[in-house]
Design a protein around this ligand. Structure first.
Ligand code: HPA
Length: 287
């Protein structure tokens, strides 16, 4: 399978990108058999355990999908999993490439546009994030109502990929309010605390300084992280609806005495993982 793959990740030209998406979509469609997922889920740091809840799973390594990312961060392995979650057909992406690892948006574009090409209509994104509000507790979840792109770049910069979407993309309704309402209904049904708020994306890989956290709060953010905004932008560009939530793994820098580290992020994500898995499983049944 890898033999027919185009060169992966960095430097991939836009023209070979369209070919990669078509080739990856063909492989995924073929392997999925009778599955017809309308929702794809991107699993954030420490949240990959949801993939194990997918039954009748068809697993495809990113290595076998042309243009998909080659992953390096601990806690992420690269696999597309198609199957059933709570009886509903889904695709789960276990692992993705962040902007702190590469400036090349094409691996992420290939993942999301491949989902679209195989019939997906909704992208569910998840991430680990730092909480900025006093009512938020570590290992709780926050439904993302909107975002602030503070990464200093857009995945859509450069020539527009006309095959996939328009040059200019409105972001007024970037995070779908109806799907978010369903996420809130799912949380209420299960008795899982779910905050709602604005996610602000920094490029990382450093955690923020306390001054940056004070700035983020003043700018209207409720949580900070290093991902999901590019995912949302790419998905909206190709016409997917977007919904998602943050796992609040720590208070923002300077708001508590916690020492921030990737190990701490993974540990706190693990504590909230069961709630995350139950919530997403209930949500896909309602969506
Ligand atoms: N900042 C940025 N990214 C994060 C954080 C944070 O505090 N926690 C988990 N991911």
């Amino acid at each position: 399978m890898t033999a027919q793959a185009q060169p992966n990740a960095s430097g991939s030209a836009a023209s070979s990108h369209a070919q990669n998406v078509a080739a990856a979509a063909k492989i995924v469609t073929q392997k999925m058999g009778a599955l017809r997922p309308k929702i794809a889920i991107i699993l954030g740091s420490g949240l990959g355990g949801l993939a194990d809840k997918v039954s009748d799973a068809v697993k495809i390594s990113y290595k076998d999908l042309p243009g998909f990312p080659v992953l390096t961060v601990v806690g992420h392995s690269g696999e597309l999993i198609a199957g059933k979650l709570g009886g509903v057909d889904v695709i789960a992406f276990k692992g993705r490439k962040h902007f702190y690892e590469t400036d090349d948006p094409y691996p992420l574009k290939t993942m999301i546009r491949t989902a679209k090409a195989v019939g997906v209509e909704t992208l569910f994104v998840s991430n680990a994030a730092g909480a900025l509000r006093p009512d938020m507790k570590v290992s709780e979840l926050m439904a993302i109502s909107d975002h602030i792109n503070y990464m200093g770049l857009s995945p859509l910069s450069g020539a527009n990929d006309d095959d996939f979407g328009p040059r200019f993309v409105p972001m007024t309704d970037a995070w779908d309010m109806h799907l978010r309402a369903q996420l809130i209904v799912a949380a209420e049904k299960l008795g899982i605390p779910l905050h709602e708020g604005v996610y602000m994306a920094f490029r990382g890989p450093t955690f923020e300084t306390p001054a940056e956290i004070r700035m983020a709060i003043k700018m209207g953010a409720d949580a900070v992280g290093m991902s999901s905004v590019p995912d949302c932008i790419i998905a909206r560009h190709c016409g997917l609806k977007v919904v998602g939530c943050s796992m609040l793994t720590n208070m923002g820098a300077g708001l508590s005495d916690e020492k921030l580290s990737h190990a701490h992020t993974l540990e706190m994500a693990a504590k909230g993982a069961t709630n995350f898995e139950r919530l997403v499983t209930e949500f896909v049944k309602l969506a």
